[in-house]
Design a protein around this ligand. Structure first.
Ligand SMILES: Nc1ncnc2c1ncn2[C@@H]1O[C@H](COP(=O)(O)OS(=O)(=O)O)[C@@H](OP(=O)(O)O)[C@H]1O
Length: 286
């Protein structure tokens, strides 16, 4: 019952609570730095994973992306600012935040380590070729909305018929390069890798694995999920409320010729193999 009250209180009084200077509002609830962070990958399914973890009664999440460790202007506001972005929790609950930009930003692992070397890291990955197209589609959507000019994907991805290794969205798909920086500081067992495609196909088994990694009792159930045929994705059901992710998730992807996509797949073959070796996991990618 206390959990329910806390959730209701949180949604109705966020703005009031956030101006209270002391992070502790009463003897049992506080804002705490995260025990677990979803560090990426961008367009990997980070929002779905966060919302699904939030089904667990012992998990409270920061709804907005916090960007503490990857943006200097936030990092320099200090740890009290970071803590103030977190939800109220009871002792024993785990605070989780997600910022997909953390995974690829070189300054993040050492900063995170210095704040909490025991933090549990969740990395949700997806076929890096599909991820790149999704990444482009998101940028394209933003540029169109802001009336900014844009280039077709093929023009950014290919230079004189070859894959352009400098294309930012491609660099974000070279998972092994980014993971190497995390593994230089954090032990492998402190990073749980979620299969983004498996989460789309059937979320429950992925959530069971995540619960185990977070050392939480199993509370997320198969009937917390139902497949929404209109949306084409699983949506969430909890205490009679149902929730689907917004329309920015699952947009139709921008077009890319089959030839260019196959070039991309060939380019990514070796980076993917290195990633599989580093993680000890394999994925069914192109
Ligand atoms: N249940 C459910 N509902 C809707 N969407 C789902 C779900 N599970 C995973 N996904 C996939 O999440 C992709 C977006 O990933 P992120 O949330 O990490 O994007 S972002 O980086 O925060 O912008 C998004 O990618 P795109 O399909 O390319 O838009 C979805 O495929």
């Amino acid at each position: 019952q206390l959990y329910v009250c806390l959730r209701e209180l949180r949604s109705s009084t966020t703005s009031v609570i956030s101006v209270i200077p002391n992070e502790t509002t009463n003897s049992s609830t506080s804002r705490r730095i995260p025990g677990a962070i979803i560090i990426g990958v961008r367009k990997g399914g980070t929002r779905a994973l966060l919302e699904m973890l939030n089904l667990h009664p012992d998990v409270e999440v920061a709804k907005a992306e916090v960007h503490y460790f990857n943006l200097d202007e936030n990092f320099h506001k200090g740890l009290d600012w970071y803590r103030a972005q977190m939800p109220l929790t009871l002792a024993g609950q785990v605070t989780v935040e997600k910022t997909p930009g953390y995974f690829t930003a070189p300054m993040v692992p050492p900063r995170m380590w210095s704040v909490n070397p025991a933090v549990k890291l969740l990395l949700i990955v997806r076929d890096p070729a599909e991820r790149l197209v999704s990444d482009y589609t998101q940028v394209l959507h933003n540029r169109i909305q802001q009336n900014k000019p844009y280039k077709p994907l093929e023009e950014l991805l290919l230079r004189r018929g070859h894959i352009n290794p400098n294309y930012k969205a491609l660099q974000r798909s070279l998972y092994h390069q980014h993971l190497a920086r995390w593994l230089a500081l954090f032990p492998r067992k402190q990073i749980h890798i979620v299969d983004g495609e498996a989460l789309i196909r059937d979320p429950f088994p992925e959530l069971q694995k995540a619960e185990k990694f977070l050392e939480l009792p199993p509370r997320i159930m198969p009937d917390n999920f139902y497949f929404n045929t209109t949306k084409g994705f699983y949506c969430l059901l909890s205490a009679g409320h149902d929730k689907c992710l917004d329309e920015s998730k699952g947009r139709p992807h921008a077009p890319l010729s089959n030839e260019a996509f196959q070039k991309l797949c060939r380019f990514l073959r070796l980076p993917n193999q290195i990633f599989f070796r580093m993680t000890g996991q394999t994925f069914d990618w192109c």
